[in-house]
Design a binder for this molecule. Structure first.
Ligand code: GTP
Ligand code: MG
Length: 198
C-alpha cells in the first residue's frame, strides 16, 4: 500500500452528501486543533491534502481521502472548541456523531490526543464511545516534537493511565512536524483495513 498515493475523494458538509461506502474506512477523531488534518497530510506525505487550520475549529466538513484505492481515511471536524455554537459544542457536532453512527464500513479509529496535556472530558467521552461501539482504536499522542525524550516517556505513561488503556492497546507517539510515528501508524492502518469487518 502506497500512502503517497492518497487523494481527496469527497468533501461533505452533511451526512447526506457522503459518497457510498465503497471501501473500508479509518476515521480520525480528536479535539479541535489537535492535529487531525496534519496527521492526514503526514500519512500521505503531502502538505496540500487536508487544509491545516491556523484558526481552531475551522474544519466543518467531512473529508474522505482515498488511500491508494485500499481504504478511505476520514478527516472529521474537531470537538470541544468553545467558540463553536453552544448546541454544536455539546458533546460532538451532529456531523461527528452522525458519521460515527452511520452504517459504513468503518474498521478503525485513530484517536488523537495532544501528548502535552491530560485528556479532556470530551476525549474521555469519545474514547468511551469508541470502546462501547467495539471499534478497534489506535491512540495517537501527537505534537511529540514539542517535548524532550524523557518528557515523552513520562507523558505516555500518564496518558495511558488517564485513558485506562489496557497493556495490549497501542499508543503511537507521533509528530506531523518531524514525522515521528508515521511509519508505525501507516503499518497499523494497513493491517487494520485488511482485517475482516467487526
Ligand atoms: N509542533 C507541532 N504542531 C502541530 C503538529 N500537528 C499539528 N500541529 C499544528 O497544530 C495546529 C492545528 O493543526 P490541524 O492539523 O489543523 O488540526 P485539526 O485537528 O485538523 O484542527 P481542526 O480541523 O480545526 O479541528 C496547526 O498550527 C498545526 O501546524 C505536530 O505534530 N507538531
Ligand atoms: Mg482539521
Amino acid at each position: 500500500m502506497d500512502f503517497r498515493k492518497t487523494r481527496l475523494h469527497s468533501v461533505s458538509g452533511d451526512l447526506a452528501g457522503l459518497p457510498p461506502p465503497t471501501r473500508p474506512e479509518v476515521v480520525v477523531v480528536g479535539r479541535s486543533n489537535v492535529g487531525k488534518s496534519s496527521l492526514v497530510n503526514a500519512l500521505g506525505d503531502n502538505r496540500t491534502l487536508a487544509r491545516i487550520s491556523s484558526m481552531p475549529g475551522k474544519t466543518r466538513l467531512v473529508l474522505l481521502f482515498d488511500v491508494d484505492g485500499a481504504f478511505f481515511l476520514v478527516d472529521l471536524p474537531g470537538y470541544g472548541y468553545a467558540r463553536v455554537a453552544k448546541d454544536q459544542k455539546k458533546k460532538f457536532s451532529a456531523l461527528v456523531e452522525g458519521y460515527l453512527h452511520a452504517t459504513r464500513d468503518l474498521r478503525l479509529a485513530v484517536h488523537i490526543v495532544d501528548i502535552r496535556h491530560a485528556p479532556s472530558d470530551e476525549d474521555q467521552l469519545m474514547r468511551g464511545w469508541l470502546l462501547a461501539r467495539g471499534l478497534p482504536t489506535v491512540t495517537v499522542l501527537t505534537k511529540s516534537d514539542k517535548l524532550g525524550r524523557l518528557e515523552v516517556q513520562e507523558r505516555v505513561r500518564a496518558i495511558r493511565a488517564d485513558l485506562k488503556m489496557a497493556d495490549d492497546e497501542t499508543a503511537v507517539v507521533f509528530s506531523a512536524e518531524n514525522r515521528t510515528g508515521v511509519d508505525e501508524l501507516r503499518a497499523i492502518l494497513e493491517k487494520g483495513t485488511r482485517l475482516p469487518p467487526t
